[in-house]
Design a protein around this ligand. Sequence first.
Ligand SMILES: Nc1ncnc2c1ncn2[C@@H]1O[C@H](COP(=O)(O)OP(=O)(O)OP(=O)(O)O)[C@@H](O)[C@H]1O
Ligand SMILES: [Mg+2]
Length: 361
Amino acid sequence: MNDENFVQVKNLRKVYENGHEAIKDVSFSVKKGDLVCLLGPSGCGKTTIFNMLAGLLTPTSGDILFDGKSVVKTAPKDRQIGYVFQNYALYPHMTVLQNVMFPLTVGKNKRPKAEAEKVARKYMNLTQIDEFADQKPDQLSGGQQQRVAIARALVQEPKILLMDEPLSNLDARLRLKIREEIRSLVKKVGITTLFVTHDQEEALSIGDKIILFNDGVIQQDDLGQNLYSEPNNYFVANFVGNPVIDNFSVEVKDGKVTGSDFEIAVSDLKQDRFKHELKDGKYVLSVRPENILPAESGNVKVTIQDIELIGRERILKFNHDGIQARSLVDLETPIKAGDNINLKMRLDRIFIFTPEGERVY
Ligand SMILES: Nc1ncnc2c1ncn2[C@@H]1O[C@H](COP(=O)(O)OP(=O)(O)OP(=O)(O)O)[C@@H](O)[C@H]1O
Ligand SMILES: [Mg+2]
């Protein structure tokens, strides 16, 4: 039993033939039945990892274990993986029904035709593609094709499900609905799922945990809330959060953190939040917009340039140190564009990074 480490990736590397090192010493594990999101910008290596998990690409070095056994030498068809490809990869000569049924007509999962069709129709209903059953993929929109690919991956109720941006072509409403359905289905059937997305809100909402990548390296492997409130580094702090985090250049000297028009005494910072000693020098101070708020006693003086409404909150936009920054307030706060106000940062919620992006506070 390897429930805690049902999927295990150890020191995985992939160097493509042209010499490009797409994955650099990546290790992580996924608990049985969990839905884990692989998040990261375009080109960071998400699909490369999936292709190695599925056996379509051979790792340059490192190991992949399913339920404690190395699968690096196992053929793709014997890995019991359902894969929703980023480009769908539907069979063009088959109808939608035939595509969805396909995994149940071959190999280990082969079932009597009537039964295969029944299961296929169940998943077609779930993904709302019943009405296209007899059409070919080239007669469908991108979003419809994507749903066929999801149904086809689910139909065999695989042990491990890889979904590479499975919702990217759906409109906002359908996206929300299908992602809830995917999560509840995966939890009901107990499929261990890895889900790739660029979309941090999607990852935060659907993932039991998130593995955030950049440039072939894991930046943080953690609960979504920790990526948000305890980022490992500058990249994580800036990748996660909407509206995005505010970053101010500061200098530390003589026991003070000095910005272009604010000053914080190092002694006012919370001692237990220091990751390293804060030596004199240049840093970036970052604060989430909900943690820099209007206050009489605030020492950051700004002029509000613009106000944006987002649902029940408002974003106050201002320039600070030549860069646009934001404060997130509720609707009742009586502030309008052009107002000169003072802002106050919550010192127990700010982050301080070195110029290289390492977190110090
Ligand atoms: N066959 C290949 N040969 C050489 N380099 C490749 C090959 N396939 C991908 N790459 C490079 O490897 C890196 C990772 O690619 P990958 O497709 O894994 O990214 P990704 O995170 O899935 O991106 P996206 O979010 O855009 O799908 C990219 O820089 C890409 O250009
Ligand atoms: Mg990709």
